[in-house]
Ligand binder design. Structure first.
Ligand SMILES: Nc1nc2c(ncn2[C@@H]2O[C@H](COP(=O)(O)OP(=O)(O)OP(=O)(O)O)[C@@H](O)[C@H]2O)c(=O)[nH]1
Ligand SMILES: [Mg+2]
Length: 459
């Protein structure tokens, strides 16, 4: 679908659809500046300025030379531009009709409307950025949270690419040694074996950390889902409202108030949490309650984490304990609620019975302890990883990294069990190919469509 010859000049509106203070039409390709100059009349500097300097002027229809908007022309010379080609940008008023007219006139003068992501594709084809950076450009633009945007920006800047390149270099060095060993088998095998295994372990750690960072990237994007579970009347809806700081859910003294579930988002630090309030889990009195409980269990099963509420004004019951047991392998915080009432269950007692689970004591009604609970939620539920500055945001990349990790383990196994060294070498060469696919150095062409066609036009 894409023209890979780079001979054409492409044009698109690069700002979002709709009205705005400023709108930008961008051209890239050999004739970018020539075409832009036929549509633009500088006010002072007749030559149209130096690269990287904006020049004030008017856009004109070349047919009648009449101006219809004013703004700036900015240009960059190849290879010192985003795409690596000559680039011209017209910064005009953000009127869709004017911007579309400029695109139409540019097409008349020989430009071609750009396909989605084609500016970024050109940056890739011209070697300005690699695959990982190209994907991150799109992630940056689409980020739903600032934390994810910041992480995408670090990838655009090449942090992940450098890491991938370092892993690739390590593995290539390792393949070279393996091949030398195949050539001259008698030299120092036992030492070499330990050397290889240490090396694989080191590379594996790096790759595995990147694979795990994906989970965090996803959490940054869509938020972490937290289900509020507990028996009826334990105060789930009151806590839900307290964390949201608004009376969203209905609260009554009657057990079984919440039947269906409610979802709302709260932010804690840079993380977004999707809280789900639902029916109390316990014995159902009616078909409606039974359905509520069935749905509640399903939500709890799918959530990233659980807040399990206990009513501190009552004794810890057998059914509370059974509920805790059934969820104790999950990411969970026990919330001992109603601390404003005379205490029948103490935090110390809960900790004594469930020593491995974190406990927060709160009064959801009064708001006591909610700040401590928020901090705990961030620490327990947010999948923080060490060295969180490099995050894999794409599933494509995660899958490749997972395959690299699996092959590393297989190669290690082969070396450890003294299998013919050629087998490990074969595995290592496969890993080198996979790391090449990560950065796009080695690419099946259909992947271009897959990566770039999902971009917005003008990017
Ligand atoms: N004193 C006190 N009462 C509370 C507290 N939290 C909740 N309650 C009361 O407990 C009762 C039940 O609260 P809800 O928030 O509806 O409890 P729930 O767990 O959502 O109940 P269901 O939806 O029926 O499962 C209400 O009367 C609340 O006002 C608290 O921290 N202190
Ligand atoms: Mg409720």
């Amino acid at each position: 679908m894409y023209d890979l010859s780079l001979s054409e000049t492409i044009v698109a509106v690069s700002t979002p659809p709709g009205c705005g203070g400023i709108g930008v039409v961008r051209l890239s390709g050999p004739a970018a500046l020539k075409i832009a100059r036929t549509l633009f009349r500088p006010k002072k500097d007749r030559r149209g300025g130096e690269p990287g300097r904006a020049v004030l002027g008017e856009v004109v229809d070349p047919a009648d030379r009449r101006p219809f908007d004013e703004g700036f022309l900015l240009h960059f010379r190849a290879p010192r531009s985003f795409t690596g080609e000559d680039v011209a940008e017209l910064h005009l008023h953000g009127s869709p009709v004017i911007l579309e007219e400029v695109v139409r006139l540019a097409v008349r003068r020989g430009a071609r409307p750009a396909l989605p992501g084609e500016f970024t594709l050109r940056a890739f084809l011209n070697g300005r950025i690699d695959f990982l950076q190209a994907e991150a450009v799109d992630d940056l633009v689409r980020s739903a949270s600032l934390a994810r945007a910041k992480s995408a920006f670090r990838t655009v800047n090449g942090a992940l690419s450098r890491k991938a390149a370092a892993v690739r270099r390590e593995i290539i060095g390792w393949v070279a040694r393996l091949e030398a060993d195949i050539e001259f088998p008698e030299e120092g095998r036992p030492a070499a074996k330990k050397h290889y295994i240490d090396k694989i372990d080191k590379i594996y750690l790096e790759v595995d950390r990147l694979v795990r960072s994906y989970e965090m990237g996803q959490a940054l994007g869509r938020g972490v889902t937290i289900a509020l579970v507990g028996r009826v009347n334990s105060g789930k809806s009151t806590l839900f409202n307290g964390l949201l700081e608004e009376p969203r859910a209905i609260v009554t003294p009657f057990p079984g108030t919440t039947r269906d579930f409610l979802r709302e988002t709260v932010r804690i630090n840079d993380a977004s949490f999707l809280l789900v309030d639902m029916a109390g889990l316990g014995r159902a009195g009616s078909p409606i309650e039974r359905e509520g409980i069935r749905r509640g269990k399903k939500i709890a099963a799918e959530a990233d984490g659980l807040l399990l509420l206990l009513d501190g004004s009552r004794r810890l019951s057998a059914s509370d304990a059974a509920l805790i047991e059934s969820y104790r392998s999950r990411k969970i915080i026990l919330v001992l609620n109603k601390t404003d009432l005379p205490e029948k269950t103490t935090p110390a007692e809960v900790t004594r019975r469930f020593p491995d689970l974190p406990v927060a004591a709160v009064s959801a009604l009064r708001g006591d302890g909610l700040d401590v609970l928020r901090k705990m939620m961030y620490d327990v539920f947010f999948p923080l990883i060490p060295g969180r500055d490099i995050i894999v945001l794409r599933e494509r990349d995660k899958l490749l990294l997972e395959e690299i990790a699996a092959r590393l383990l297989r190669a290690k196994e082969m070396i450890a069990s003294n299998q013919p060294i050629e087998l490990a070498a074969e595995e290592a060469r496969e890993i080198v190919t996979l790391t090449g696919r990560l950065t796009g150095e080695i690419r099946p062409d259909d992947i271009l469509d897959d990566v770039f066609s999902r971009f917005c036009i003008g990017k």
